[in-house]
Design a protein around this ligand. Structure first.
Ligand code: IPM
Ligand code: MN
Length: 345
């Protein structure tokens, strides 16, 4: 028999509520002989205020023992902007080498899109997760003066770019349409852009079945709105990926259904699965949050751990539930209960 040893980080705001529903569905979908062990961690605003800690070395050592991590959301208006983002989320992504930030966008039946018609949207963004302008490589001089200069250097290594590009090619190869689009800005970001383009072209030679194209990031935002059906797999850097995946979520049902995986493909470190949305303090504690994005993140978690059948069951349950739900307003727990009932039957 197997077991899943899961680290659970509900976090702040609606994180608590949506993670509870995600776990409900996870327990319901797992076969009897798979033992689910969970350990809950108290990271987030409360712990920061109580101890000043965001994520310590001891926390990382403890988290590392798990097979995977399920995260709700971290962030609260009482904590200065950037403290938890850098001190918790980015620290964890970097420490556990989550270089594949996987963000699927699929317009499910019954889900409203702001786009005209009901375009077919089914693509996945492979966002690099450990480099780019996120590394904190920069500085400021003459601070506070009219002549202040701030730099924020985008770090792109051949090693880091090649491994994420290779991962994206493999994902494209495994999908029916087998198409991969590189999104960058190589007309302006000459150095990084050319590194990405050169490596993309080199790796493409190993995947002759995958058709490729290239878009500047600004053009990509236009096509995401006017012709999202043209995308199958997109690979891009950390910051462009951050921006276009919010747009992708907006056109394919909103952040209520946008799931993500922060993946360490080698398995050296546990991968982490989280809804793309934040802690939404304005609606926290009211049972209003839609747990669907967390449940879909659980599906990504299951797939990552090799439970493909169960992952598909969760995704099908979500599809069926969204179709049935229509515009009805349901509580967080009602959605979780309905999904748990579907995957269990
Ligand atoms: C995301 C978030 C994070 C990011 C922030 C909170 C650091 O926007 O997961 O997309 O920029 O990666
Ligand atoms: Mn983001």
């Amino acid at each position: 028999s197997h077991s899943i040893n899961l680290a659970v980080i509900p976090g702040d705001g609606i994180g608590q509520e949506v993670v509870a529903e995600g776990l409900k569905v996870l327990s319901a979908v797992l076969p009897q002989d798979v033992k689910l062990e969970t350990e809950e961690y108290d990271f987030g605003a409360k712990r920061y205020h109580a101890t000043g800690e965001t994520l310590t070395d001891a926390d990382l050592a403890s988290l590392k023992k798990h097979d995977a991590i399920l995260l709700g959301a971290i962030g609260d208006p009482s904590v200065p902007s950037g403290v938890l983002e850098r001190g918790f989320l980015l620290k964890l992504r970097f420490a556990f080498d989550h270089h594949v930030n996987l963000r699927p966008s699929k317009l499910l039946p019954g889900v409203a899109t702001p786009l005209a018609g009901q375009p077919e949207i089914d693509f996945v963004v492979v966002r690099e997760g450990t480099e780019g302008p996120y590394t904190g490589n920069g500085g400021t001089i003459r601070k506070g003066t009219p002549h202040e200069v701030a730099t924020e250097v985008s770090v792109n290594t051949a090693f880091g770019v090649e491994r994420v590009v290779r991962d994206a090619f493999a994902r494209a190869q495994a999908r029916p349409r087998k198409k991969l689009t590189l999104v960058h800005k190589n007309n302006v970001l000459t150095f990084a852009g050319h590194l990405w383009t050169d490596i993309f072209t080199k790796v493409a030679a190993e995947f002759p079945e995958v058709s490729t194209d290239y878009l500047h990031v600004d053009a990509a935002t236009i096509f995401l709105v006017t012709d999202p059906a043209r995308f199958d797999v997109i690979v891009t850097d950390n910051l462009f990926g951050d921006i276009i995946t919010d747009l992708a979520a907006a056109v394919s049902g909103g952040i209520g259904v946008a799931a993500s995986g922060n993946i360490n493909p080698s398995g050296e470190f546990p991968s982490m699965f989280e809804p793309v949305h934040g802690s939404a303090p304005d609606i926290a504690g009211q049972g209003k949050a839609d747990p669907t994005a967390t449940v879909l993140s659980v599906a990504l978690l299951l797939r990552h751990l090799g439970y493909e059948t169960e992952a598909v069951r969760v995704e099908e349950a979500v599809s069926a539930d969204l179709t049935e739900r229509g515009s009805a307003v349901r509580t967080t727990a009602e959605v979780g209960d309905a999904l748990a009932a579907r995957v269990a039957s």
